[in-house]
Ligand binder design. Sequence first.
Ligand SMILES: CC(C)(COP(=O)(O)OP(=O)(O)OC[C@H]1O[C@@H](n2cnc3c(N)ncnc32)[C@H](O)[C@@H]1OP(=O)(O)O)[C@@H](O)C(=O)NCCC(=O)NCCS
Length: 328
Amino acid sequence: MIALRVAGTGRFLPEREITNEDLSRTLDTSDEWIRSRTGIRRRRILDPGDPPADMGVAAARAALKRAGLTPRDVDLLLVATNVPEEIIPGSAPFIAEGLGLSHEPPFFDVKAGCAGFVFGVAIAGALMESGLAGNALVVGIEALSRFVDWEDRKTCVLFGDGAGAVVLVRDSGGERGILGVSLHGDATKRELLRIAAGGVRLPASPQTVAEKKHFLEMKGRGVYQSAVTMMERATVEAAQRAGISLSDIDWLLPHQANLRIIEALVKRLGFPRERVLVNIDRVANTSTASIPILLDEAVRDGMIREGHILALTAFGAGACYGTVILRW
Ligand SMILES: CC(C)(COP(=O)(O)OP(=O)(O)OC[C@H]1O[C@@H](n2cnc3c(N)ncnc32)[C@H](O)[C@@H]1OP(=O)(O)O)[C@@H](O)C(=O)NCCC(=O)NCCS
Protein backbone atom coordinates (compact mmCIF):
# COMPACT_ATOMS: atom_id res chain seq x y z
CA MET A 1 0.00 0.00 0.00
CA ILE A 2 1.12 3.56 -0.70
CA ALA A 3 0.03 5.61 2.30
CA LEU A 4 -1.42 8.88 1.08
CA ARG A 5 -4.54 10.99 1.27
CA VAL A 6 -6.43 12.90 -1.40
CA ALA A 7 -6.43 16.18 0.49
CA GLY A 8 -8.32 18.18 -2.12
CA THR A 9 -10.06 17.93 -5.46
CA GLY A 10 -11.03 20.61 -7.98
CA ARG A 11 -12.52 21.00 -11.43
CA PHE A 12 -13.11 23.61 -14.07
CA LEU A 13 -15.58 23.47 -16.94
CA PRO A 14 -15.84 26.22 -19.55
CA GLU A 15 -19.08 28.24 -19.57
CA ARG A 16 -20.10 27.61 -23.15
CA GLU A 17 -22.39 24.63 -23.51
CA ILE A 18 -23.16 22.90 -26.80
CA THR A 19 -26.11 20.52 -26.88
CA ASN A 20 -26.76 17.70 -29.32
CA GLU A 21 -29.50 19.86 -30.83
CA ASP A 22 -26.96 22.64 -31.43
CA LEU A 23 -24.72 20.18 -33.27
CA SER A 24 -27.57 18.84 -35.36
CA ARG A 25 -28.06 22.33 -36.82
CA THR A 26 -24.67 22.21 -38.58
CA LEU A 27 -24.01 18.48 -38.88
CA ASP A 28 -25.89 15.51 -40.29
CA THR A 29 -26.61 14.09 -36.83
CA SER A 30 -29.37 14.07 -34.23
CA ASP A 31 -29.87 14.15 -30.48
CA GLU A 32 -31.38 10.68 -30.71
CA TRP A 33 -28.34 9.22 -32.52
CA ILE A 34 -25.80 10.74 -30.16
CA ARG A 35 -27.75 9.96 -27.00
CA SER A 36 -28.56 6.36 -27.87
CA ARG A 37 -25.01 5.52 -29.07
CA THR A 38 -23.01 7.39 -26.43
CA GLY A 39 -25.19 8.68 -23.57
CA ILE A 40 -23.99 12.23 -24.29
CA ARG A 41 -26.52 15.10 -24.21
CA ARG A 42 -24.27 18.14 -24.00
CA ARG A 43 -20.68 19.22 -23.58
CA ARG A 44 -18.72 22.32 -22.55
CA ILE A 45 -16.39 23.88 -25.10
CA LEU A 46 -13.59 26.34 -24.41
CA ASP A 47 -13.88 29.61 -26.30
CA PRO A 48 -11.42 29.96 -29.16
CA GLY A 49 -8.46 31.98 -27.95
CA ASP A 50 -8.82 31.01 -24.28
CA PRO A 51 -5.69 29.17 -23.12
CA PRO A 52 -6.51 25.62 -21.98
CA ALA A 53 -3.90 25.91 -19.21
CA ASP A 54 -6.15 28.43 -17.46
CA MET A 55 -8.66 25.61 -16.92
CA GLY A 56 -5.95 23.47 -15.32
CA VAL A 57 -4.80 26.34 -13.12
CA ALA A 58 -8.36 26.98 -11.94
CA ALA A 59 -8.92 23.29 -11.12
CA ALA A 60 -5.57 23.10 -9.33
CA ARG A 61 -6.27 26.24 -7.28
CA ALA A 62 -9.63 24.79 -6.20
CA ALA A 63 -7.98 21.49 -5.18
CA LEU A 64 -5.24 23.27 -3.23
CA LYS A 65 -7.77 25.48 -1.48
CA ARG A 66 -9.81 22.48 -0.39
CA ALA A 67 -6.63 20.80 0.82
CA GLY A 68 -5.82 23.90 2.89
CA LEU A 69 -2.54 24.24 1.01
CA THR A 70 -0.93 26.90 -1.16
CA PRO A 71 1.03 26.56 -4.42
CA ARG A 72 4.17 26.82 -2.28
CA ASP A 73 3.30 23.41 -0.77
CA VAL A 74 3.43 21.61 -4.14
CA ASP A 75 6.50 19.36 -4.31
CA LEU A 76 5.59 17.71 -7.61
CA LEU A 77 3.27 18.68 -10.46
CA LEU A 78 2.10 16.13 -13.03
CA VAL A 79 -0.10 17.24 -15.91
CA ALA A 80 -1.95 14.61 -17.91
CA THR A 81 -3.05 15.75 -21.34
CA ASN A 82 -3.27 14.52 -24.92
CA VAL A 83 -2.83 17.89 -26.54
CA PRO A 84 -0.19 20.12 -24.94
CA GLU A 85 -0.20 23.90 -24.81
CA GLU A 86 2.86 23.74 -27.05
CA ILE A 87 4.58 20.65 -28.47
CA ILE A 88 7.69 21.85 -26.65
CA PRO A 89 7.63 22.32 -23.64
CA GLY A 90 4.23 20.67 -23.14
CA SER A 91 1.61 21.79 -20.62
CA ALA A 92 3.14 21.40 -17.14
CA PRO A 93 5.30 24.57 -17.32
CA PHE A 94 2.20 26.59 -18.21
CA ILE A 95 0.32 25.26 -15.19
CA ALA A 96 3.36 25.86 -12.97
CA GLU A 97 3.59 29.41 -14.28
CA GLY A 98 -0.13 30.02 -13.74
CA LEU A 99 0.10 28.75 -10.18
CA GLY A 100 3.28 30.76 -9.55
CA LEU A 101 5.42 27.79 -8.49
CA SER A 102 8.46 30.02 -7.91
CA HIS A 103 10.08 27.45 -5.59
CA GLU A 104 10.73 25.35 -8.70
CA PRO A 105 9.33 21.90 -7.90
CA PRO A 106 9.66 19.26 -10.64
CA PHE A 107 6.88 19.18 -13.20
CA PHE A 108 6.23 17.17 -16.33
CA ASP A 109 3.50 16.02 -18.66
CA VAL A 110 2.10 12.50 -18.54
CA LYS A 111 1.12 11.31 -22.00
CA ALA A 112 -0.89 8.11 -21.76
CA GLY A 113 -3.95 9.00 -23.81
CA CYS A 114 -7.17 9.35 -21.86
CA ALA A 115 -5.60 7.11 -19.19
CA GLY A 116 -3.11 9.89 -18.39
CA PHE A 117 -4.73 10.95 -15.14
CA VAL A 118 -4.81 7.38 -13.78
CA PHE A 119 -1.16 6.93 -14.79
CA GLY A 120 -0.38 10.31 -13.18
CA VAL A 121 -1.90 9.34 -9.83
CA ALA A 122 0.05 6.06 -9.86
CA ILE A 123 3.33 7.79 -10.77
CA ALA A 124 2.81 10.50 -8.15
CA GLY A 125 2.06 7.84 -5.53
CA ALA A 126 5.23 5.93 -6.43
CA LEU A 127 7.37 9.07 -6.25
CA MET A 128 5.84 9.97 -2.90
CA GLU A 129 6.42 6.44 -1.59
CA SER A 130 10.05 6.52 -2.70
CA GLY A 131 10.64 9.79 -0.87
CA LEU A 132 11.30 11.71 -4.09
CA ALA A 133 8.21 13.86 -3.57
CA GLY A 134 6.14 15.15 -0.68
CA ASN A 135 2.84 16.70 -1.72
CA ALA A 136 1.84 16.05 -5.32
CA LEU A 137 -0.57 17.90 -7.55
CA VAL A 138 -1.98 15.86 -10.44
CA VAL A 139 -3.95 17.74 -13.09
CA GLY A 140 -5.91 16.34 -16.02
CA ILE A 141 -6.60 18.94 -18.67
CA GLU A 142 -8.06 18.63 -22.13
CA ALA A 143 -9.19 20.89 -24.93
CA LEU A 144 -9.72 18.34 -27.67
CA SER A 145 -12.25 20.73 -29.24
CA ARG A 146 -9.17 22.34 -30.81
CA PHE A 147 -8.21 19.06 -32.49
CA VAL A 148 -11.47 17.60 -33.69
CA ASP A 149 -12.79 18.21 -37.14
CA TRP A 150 -16.13 19.95 -36.51
CA GLU A 151 -17.28 18.65 -39.89
CA ASP A 152 -16.68 15.01 -38.88
CA ARG A 153 -19.77 13.72 -37.11
CA LYS A 154 -17.97 10.50 -36.15
CA THR A 155 -15.65 12.28 -33.74
CA CYS A 156 -16.71 15.83 -32.90
CA VAL A 157 -19.90 14.85 -31.10
CA LEU A 158 -17.97 12.79 -28.56
CA PHE A 159 -15.69 15.26 -26.82
CA GLY A 160 -15.88 18.12 -24.35
CA ASP A 161 -13.30 20.39 -22.71
CA GLY A 162 -12.44 20.71 -19.05
CA ALA A 163 -9.91 20.14 -16.30
CA GLY A 164 -9.74 18.41 -12.94
CA ALA A 165 -7.10 18.15 -10.23
CA VAL A 166 -6.20 16.32 -7.05
CA VAL A 167 -3.74 17.10 -4.29
CA LEU A 168 -2.07 14.03 -2.78
CA VAL A 169 -0.38 14.27 0.61
CA ARG A 170 1.46 11.67 2.69
CA ASP A 171 -0.66 9.97 5.32
CA SER A 172 1.57 7.59 7.25
CA GLY A 173 0.11 5.36 9.89
CA GLY A 174 -3.44 5.29 8.56
CA GLU A 175 -5.34 3.01 6.25
CA ARG A 176 -5.77 5.52 3.47
CA GLY A 177 -3.84 5.33 0.28
CA ILE A 178 -3.31 3.53 -3.00
CA LEU A 179 -4.18 -0.11 -2.37
CA GLY A 180 -3.50 -1.53 -5.81
CA VAL A 181 -2.43 -0.45 -9.28
CA SER A 182 -2.54 -2.06 -12.70
CA LEU A 183 -1.08 -0.16 -15.67
CA HIS A 184 -0.71 -1.53 -19.19
CA GLY A 185 -0.11 -0.59 -22.81
CA ASP A 186 -1.02 -2.46 -26.00
CA ALA A 187 0.92 -0.98 -28.89
CA THR A 188 -0.87 -3.19 -31.42
CA LYS A 189 -3.77 -0.77 -30.88
CA ARG A 190 -1.62 2.30 -31.52
CA GLU A 191 -3.60 3.38 -34.56
CA LEU A 192 -7.05 3.33 -32.99
CA LEU A 193 -6.76 6.95 -31.90
CA ARG A 194 -4.28 9.39 -33.30
CA ILE A 195 -3.43 12.82 -34.59
CA ALA A 196 -1.14 11.84 -37.43
CA ALA A 197 0.60 15.13 -38.23
CA GLY A 198 2.47 17.76 -36.28
CA GLY A 199 4.95 15.37 -34.69
CA VAL A 200 8.38 14.40 -35.99
CA ARG A 201 7.06 11.60 -38.21
CA LEU A 202 4.87 13.92 -40.18
CA PRO A 203 5.73 17.55 -39.49
CA ALA A 204 3.18 20.22 -40.31
CA SER A 205 3.07 21.28 -43.95
CA PRO A 206 0.49 22.87 -46.24
CA GLN A 207 -0.29 19.33 -47.41
CA THR A 208 -0.94 17.96 -43.88
CA VAL A 209 -3.27 20.87 -43.24
CA ALA A 210 -5.08 20.37 -46.56
CA GLU A 211 -5.47 16.65 -45.79
CA LYS A 212 -6.86 17.39 -42.31
CA LYS A 213 -4.12 15.36 -40.71
CA HIS A 214 -3.98 17.59 -37.63
CA PHE A 215 -7.38 16.41 -36.49
CA LEU A 216 -8.16 13.46 -34.25
CA GLU A 217 -8.69 10.22 -36.17
CA MET A 218 -10.51 7.39 -34.48
CA LYS A 219 -11.50 3.83 -35.30
CA GLY A 220 -14.61 3.96 -33.15
CA ARG A 221 -15.54 0.27 -33.29
CA GLY A 222 -12.01 -0.84 -32.42
CA VAL A 223 -11.80 1.58 -29.52
CA TYR A 224 -15.14 0.39 -28.23
CA GLN A 225 -14.17 -3.28 -28.31
CA SER A 226 -10.76 -2.79 -26.70
CA ALA A 227 -11.90 -0.34 -24.05
CA VAL A 228 -14.22 -2.74 -22.29
CA THR A 229 -11.76 -5.64 -22.01
CA MET A 230 -8.87 -3.34 -21.09
CA MET A 231 -10.66 -1.66 -18.20
CA GLU A 232 -11.99 -5.02 -17.05
CA ARG A 233 -8.52 -6.59 -17.03
CA ALA A 234 -6.91 -3.65 -15.22
CA THR A 235 -9.66 -3.44 -12.60
CA VAL A 236 -9.59 -7.16 -11.82
CA GLU A 237 -5.79 -7.08 -11.62
CA ALA A 238 -5.66 -3.95 -9.43
CA ALA A 239 -8.21 -5.49 -7.05
CA GLN A 240 -6.14 -8.67 -6.83
CA ARG A 241 -3.03 -6.64 -6.07
CA ALA A 242 -4.97 -4.68 -3.45
CA GLY A 243 -6.06 -7.96 -1.86
CA ILE A 244 -9.75 -7.04 -2.14
CA SER A 245 -12.66 -8.40 -4.09
CA LEU A 246 -14.65 -6.28 -6.54
CA SER A 247 -17.56 -6.22 -4.11
CA ASP A 248 -15.36 -4.31 -1.63
CA ILE A 249 -15.24 -1.36 -4.05
CA ASP A 250 -17.67 1.38 -3.01
CA TRP A 251 -17.38 3.51 -6.14
CA LEU A 252 -16.22 2.75 -9.64
CA LEU A 253 -15.08 5.83 -11.56
CA PRO A 254 -14.62 4.78 -15.17
CA HIS A 255 -13.26 7.05 -17.88
CA GLN A 256 -16.29 8.73 -19.44
CA ALA A 257 -15.88 7.85 -23.12
CA ASN A 258 -19.23 6.28 -23.88
CA LEU A 259 -22.11 5.19 -21.66
CA ARG A 260 -22.41 1.91 -23.54
CA ILE A 261 -18.73 1.14 -22.86
CA ILE A 262 -19.31 1.84 -19.16
CA GLU A 263 -22.41 -0.35 -19.09
CA ALA A 264 -20.66 -3.22 -20.87
CA LEU A 265 -17.73 -2.95 -18.44
CA VAL A 266 -20.00 -3.00 -15.42
CA LYS A 267 -21.84 -6.02 -16.77
CA ARG A 268 -18.62 -7.95 -17.37
CA LEU A 269 -17.35 -7.08 -13.90
CA GLY A 270 -20.70 -7.99 -12.34
CA PHE A 271 -20.53 -4.66 -10.51
CA PRO A 272 -23.68 -2.92 -9.20
CA ARG A 273 -24.67 -0.09 -11.55
CA GLU A 274 -25.74 2.16 -8.67
CA ARG A 275 -22.14 2.31 -7.45
CA VAL A 276 -20.78 3.52 -10.80
CA LEU A 277 -20.28 7.27 -11.19
CA VAL A 278 -21.31 8.77 -14.52
CA ASN A 279 -21.44 12.35 -15.84
CA ILE A 280 -20.90 11.78 -19.57
CA ASP A 281 -24.44 13.02 -20.29
CA ARG A 282 -23.48 16.53 -19.12
CA VAL A 283 -19.80 16.88 -20.04
CA ALA A 284 -19.11 14.24 -22.76
CA ASN A 285 -15.64 12.74 -23.03
CA THR A 286 -13.18 15.18 -21.45
CA SER A 287 -10.35 12.68 -21.90
CA THR A 288 -7.66 13.02 -19.19
CA ALA A 289 -9.92 15.39 -17.25
CA SER A 290 -12.86 13.00 -17.08
CA ILE A 291 -11.97 11.10 -13.90
CA PRO A 292 -10.84 14.09 -11.79
CA ILE A 293 -13.96 16.04 -12.83
CA LEU A 294 -16.15 13.07 -11.89
CA LEU A 295 -14.28 12.65 -8.62
CA ASP A 296 -14.63 16.30 -7.66
CA GLU A 297 -18.37 16.24 -8.38
CA ALA A 298 -18.86 13.16 -6.20
CA VAL A 299 -16.77 14.59 -3.37
CA ARG A 300 -18.72 17.90 -3.48
CA ASP A 301 -21.98 15.93 -3.49
CA GLY A 302 -20.89 14.12 -0.32
CA MET A 303 -21.04 10.71 -1.97
CA ILE A 304 -17.43 9.79 -1.29
CA ARG A 305 -16.60 9.52 2.38
CA GLU A 306 -13.63 8.55 4.50
CA GLY A 307 -12.91 4.83 4.31
CA HIS A 308 -14.61 4.34 0.93
CA ILE A 309 -12.74 2.29 -1.63
CA LEU A 310 -12.61 3.80 -5.11
CA ALA A 311 -11.51 2.25 -8.40
CA LEU A 312 -10.40 4.74 -11.07
CA THR A 313 -10.14 3.03 -14.44
CA ALA A 314 -9.34 4.38 -17.89
CA PHE A 315 -8.13 3.53 -21.38
CA GLY A 316 -6.99 5.72 -24.20
CA ALA A 317 -4.65 6.33 -27.10
CA GLY A 318 -1.55 4.23 -27.21
CA ALA A 319 -3.39 2.07 -26.23
CA CYS A 320 -2.66 2.83 -22.58
CA TYR A 321 -4.96 1.58 -19.87
CA GLY A 322 -5.01 1.09 -16.15
CA THR A 323 -6.77 1.12 -12.81
CA VAL A 324 -5.84 2.65 -9.47
CA ILE A 325 -7.64 1.50 -6.32
CA LEU A 326 -7.68 4.01 -3.47
CA ARG A 327 -8.95 3.97 0.06
CA TRP A 328 -10.37 7.47 0.71
C1 LIG B 1 -18.18 6.40 -31.96
C2 LIG B 1 -19.28 5.36 -31.76
C3 LIG B 1 -20.39 5.93 -30.89
C4 LIG B 1 -19.87 5.01 -33.12
O1 LIG B 1 -20.86 4.02 -32.97
P1 LIG B 1 -20.91 2.80 -34.02
O2 LIG B 1 -22.15 2.06 -33.74
O3 LIG B 1 -19.61 2.09 -33.91
O4 LIG B 1 -21.07 3.56 -35.38
P2 LIG B 1 -20.19 3.47 -36.71
O5 LIG B 1 -18.93 4.28 -36.55
O6 LIG B 1 -20.05 2.04 -37.12
O7 LIG B 1 -21.14 4.21 -37.69
C5 LIG B 1 -22.45 3.70 -37.99
C6 LIG B 1 -23.15 4.70 -38.84
O8 LIG B 1 -23.47 5.85 -38.05
C7 LIG B 1 -23.00 7.01 -38.70
N1 LIG B 1 -22.62 8.01 -37.70
C8 LIG B 1 -21.45 8.15 -37.06
N2 LIG B 1 -21.49 9.18 -36.26
C9 LIG B 1 -22.73 9.72 -36.37
C10 LIG B 1 -23.38 10.82 -35.78
N3 LIG B 1 -22.76 11.62 -34.88
N4 LIG B 1 -24.65 11.06 -36.12
C11 LIG B 1 -25.30 10.30 -37.00
N5 LIG B 1 -24.74 9.25 -37.61
C12 LIG B 1 -23.45 8.97 -37.29
C13 LIG B 1 -21.83 6.55 -39.52
O9 LIG B 1 -21.55 7.45 -40.57
C14 LIG B 1 -22.31 5.23 -40.00
O10 LIG B 1 -23.15 5.42 -41.09
P3 LIG B 1 -22.96 4.54 -42.41
O11 LIG B 1 -23.24 3.13 -41.95
O12 LIG B 1 -23.98 5.11 -43.31
O13 LIG B 1 -21.55 4.73 -42.84
C15 LIG B 1 -18.72 4.09 -31.09
O14 LIG B 1 -17.95 3.36 -31.98
C16 LIG B 1 -17.89 4.43 -29.90
O15 LIG B 1 -18.36 4.97 -28.93
N6 LIG B 1 -16.58 4.08 -29.92
C17 LIG B 1 -15.69 4.45 -28.86
C18 LIG B 1 -15.24 5.85 -29.04
C19 LIG B 1 -14.44 6.36 -27.88
O16 LIG B 1 -14.69 6.00 -26.77
N7 LIG B 1 -13.46 7.22 -28.16
C20 LIG B 1 -12.68 7.86 -27.16
C21 LIG B 1 -11.66 6.97 -26.60
S1 LIG B 1 -10.86 7.69 -25.22
